[in-house]
Ligand binder design. Sequence first.
Ligand code: MN
Ligand code: MN
Length: 300
Amino acid sequence: MPLPYKMLQTWCKYRLLPKSLSNAPDEFVKFYQQGSPNSIKKLDHRLYQGLEPKREGFKRFVVISDTHNRTSIETDIPDGDVLLHCGDATIRSFKKEFVSFNEWIGALPHPKKIVIAGNHDRFLELRPLNTFFNVFGASDREELLEEFTNYTYIEDESINVHGYTIYGSPWTPVHLGGFQKQRGKSIRTKWDMIPSNTDILLTHGPPVSVGDLTKHGDYAGCVDLLDQIQNRIKPLFHCFGHIHEGNGVYTDTTTTYINAAICDISYKARQPAYVFDLPEKNNEDYDLEPPPYHLEAADE
Ligand code: MN
Ligand code: MN
């Protein structure tokens, strides 16, 4: 029998498990994910690479992440109506990096482009610039935002695109760089801000157990983010990057999860971008229930 999340939290309280599951992603996966009805399956990622032409009456969303200044990307970026970038556009967050990112993304054909920040884009975080970095040519948030002319930047906010509500959030559990929060209560305040009516969720980092296994063998994803997604928000799609090793497409049959990190662990831009099509909101031939866009899980 799978163990419900609430029961595990109670066990934590009585110290049968670590103090809090929030701080123990590896324990969470060990006790919760295996055999749970909410457990995650990997999908055949080739079905999400936009090889089929877009059907009439649909909008095509293209997801990329973690491009890290690789403006001569080896990966083909498929054409579509909306381009979503899940953060880590740069490596050091310096102005010249954002200038070339803006030029590069501006040259892509997608009519609408939405970008969030990642931990590497740290000078976008609203806090006084450390003079130490300033000496080396870093710019403050306001100065950087002026360079964002070819896309819409969102941060802890929603945007409506073709009738779908897209919410973007840059925060990840403490590792390095900007937009970091401690696991547990601190990061949960950010996830509490995500509206329940979100259709497409963009975060920089993965939820625990979904495309978050690092090369060191630990699960780096956020336990509280998975809890909020599966038990409250239930978006159609959750797109992210950050853990480059986790590139791929996953499902719990309610939400499709996409880790679209373009750069691999050696920062070579050669991992695939992903594509999904959603019916236009005035397209009465397609109901959102049951979804026509969830494909069968791969036999892997
Ligand atoms: Mn990255
Ligand atoms: Mn990152």
